[in-house]
Design a protein around this ligand. Structure first.
Ligand SMILES: C[S@@+](CC[C@H](N)C(=O)[O-])C[C@H]1O[C@@H](n2cnc3c(N)ncnc32)[C@H](O)[C@@H]1O
Length: 533
């Protein structure tokens, strides 16, 4: 395992090996990019993402096996050299048996057995094999390992199966699941040095996937000598859910969030990133330190209690396809979250997830005004407390969603009048208010500012690769073509050149913060009127 100068791998007193910083890193900076030793689409996404770079789209299948698909000839040629030459025949045999493909973990072990470089990258990793052996999933693991040995064309001797099951344990312990906001889990990624990063529910670093690479990024300030820790799960989930997600890794998390069962407001209050929110949608960043659920023990305990209770119920429900059915489910979920709503615990899981779904539901229904207002409420009342760093990808995606919705509402606010009134005629007066709020906003300038903020949050050097910044640039290009915006453009350009001078600050407060705040308040009212009763 070669060690880049920016980081070191050393033994840790209690966690096996660990990753340490060899220099300091400010929040948001790129520590290192990693190219994978193993990168695979999930079986469920084999036809909808490129097997080499995992970009979504309509990839073309390999003409031999038809099991792996690629965006273009370059990805196909690179994949052939990296691993596909070894596995193409295996995948053809699988298809010939009428199977849809290999289950993702089995496919990963097949690659590790067939391709020396992949096997060599996986073998030195921690596999917690004895703990797996004691788990109820061990029989399944052995079956998968036996399948992998057979598919790889090796004899299913005890020795081969033993080797394969160890590889499987190591892959399960060290591979990252790659998520796409729209598609869900699209595949797995493994790189042996990045795999040395241990877990904390208050991590100082995060992994952001861009194309084929994983970018390790500082989430909070990191000093030379600090251990670099990432979170293996969403750290905003309640304690029981985090424990469940971490159970396959065979350790008990001793981070302050787990030890003190701290809620998101308590962790946020302690975060060194609070002040970075001066350049975010948060009107007054100091309020991030003073939420009642952080300041008062009684409220903090309530936040945890309500979170655990609602997560338990909402977790077990499915998302139906039809809009009517979706609305029914969302109403039920919002009802389960009512104790959180009543206390103003907007950022406490699972309420933000339900609100995000409600915003998507409104957009799919064609009610962009309600979708926009709800998205602004999520971006101001939920996300800054959950993910305190404004450059966190969830926060940047929140900006982009609002920008896209504004592009819809700005296109023709007047014509929206009929459609939103038709949608809920009983709420005619309320909709008039919504429309008035929108008419008072320079939606184009607001959209432009949000897109520029996304570019500021992009990891340095990745503006041309990160899908969000590429899309933001395309939208900015369209906005640039709009005529008659000289005055607005001069203010925006002055803000871009020096965002911290008094004039820029005033402009930002007026053009962005005040407008987003008005929309977020509207979002809160919409939820109460449309989902609250
Ligand atoms: C992806 S590996 C990380 C590198 C690992 N420490 C090693 O030596 O190979 C994950 C494993 O590291 C250990 N680990 C990770 N985070 C830990 C933590 N916070 N406390 C204790 N052990 C941890 C667990 O054994 C876990 O299964």
């Amino acid at each position: 395992m070669s060690q880049p100068a920016a980081i070191q791998v050393r033994p840790h007193a209690t966690k096996g090996r660990a990753l340490f910083a060899a220099q300091s890193f400010p929040p948001g900076s790129v520590i290192l990019p990693f190219t994978p030793s193993l990168l695979l689409p999930a079986l469920s996404h084999a036809g909808s993402v490129c097997a080499h770079c995992l970009r979504p789209g309509t990839p073309r299948a390999c003409s031999r096996c038809r099991a792996a698909a690629y965006c273009d000839a370059a990805c196909q040629a690179a994949a052939w050299a990296a691993v596909h030459a070894k596995e193409c025949k295996v995948l053809s045999r699988v298809a010939a048996q009428g199977r849809p493909g290999l289950p993702t973990p089995v496919h990963a072990v097949v690659q590790a057995l067939l391709k020396t470089e992949v096997g060599n990258a996986v073998r030195p990793l921690e596999g917690n094999v004895e703990a797996w052996r004691r788990s109820p999933r061990w029989a399944d693991m052995e079956m998968m390992a036996m399948g992998a040995v057979a598919f790889a064309g090796l004899k299913t001797t005890q020795e081969n199966v033993q080797k394969a099951v160890e590889l499987l344990c190591k892959i399960q312990t060290n591979a990252f699941h790659r998520y796409d906001a729209d598609l869900g889990q699209v595949g797995i990624f493994l790189e042996p040095t990045l795999a040395m990063a241990n877990h904390s529910c208050i991590p100082n670093a995060m992994v952001q996937f861009i194309g084929r690479k994983a970018i390790l990024r500082a989430e909070t300030p990191i000093q030379a000598g600090d251990e670099i820790e990432i979170s293996y799960t969403d750290y905003t989930y309640p304690l029981s859910k985090r424990r469940e997600a971490l159970s396959p890794y065979s350790f008990s998390c001793q981070c302050p969030r787990c030890k003190g069962d701290l809620n998101i407001y308590q962790v946020c209050a302690l975060s060194p990133n609070v002040d970075l929110n001066l350049a975010s949608l948060v009107f007054d960043p100091s309020k991030l330190r003073h939420h009642p659920a952080a300041a008062r023990d009684f409220k903090a305990a309530l936040a945890n209690k309500y979170s655990e209770a609602a997560t338990d119920i909402i977790d077990s429900r499915e998302t139906p396809d039809s809009l009517d059915e979706r609305r029914r489910v969302l109403e039920a979920q919002y009802r389960e979250c009512q104790p959180l709503v009543s206390e103003g615990f907007w950022g406490v899981s699972p309420l933000p997830q339900v609100l995000a779904e409600i915003s998507i539901y409104y957009a799919e229904e064609g009610n962009f005004v309600y979708a926009l207002a709800t998205a602004c409420h999520v971006a101001t009342a939920c996300d800054p407390y959950r993910y305190v760093a404004p450059f966190h990808p969830v926060r940047a995606k929140g900006l982009f969603l609002i920008g896209k919705l504004l592009a819809n509402t700005a296109a023709d606010t007047a014509a929206l009048s009929d459609s939103i009134n038709a949608m809920a005629s009983s709420k005619g007066n309320f909709n008039q208010k919504a429309l008035q709020t929108l008419q008072e906003i320079d939606q184009v300038s607001l959209c432009q500012m949000l897109l520029l903020m996304i570019l500021q949050q992009t990891p340095k050097g990745y503006a041309a690769e990160w899908e969000l910044s590429v899309s933001a640039r395309e939208m900015l290009h369209d906005i640039d073509q709009l005529p008659g915006r000289d005055k607005e453009l001069s203010l925006i350009n002055a803000w871009r050149q020096d965002p911290s001078n008094d004039q820029s600050r005033q402009f930002f407060e007026y053009a962005v913060l005040k407008q987003i705040d008005a929309l977020a308040s509207l979002g809160c009212e919409i939820l109460a009127a449309d989902f609250g009763s």
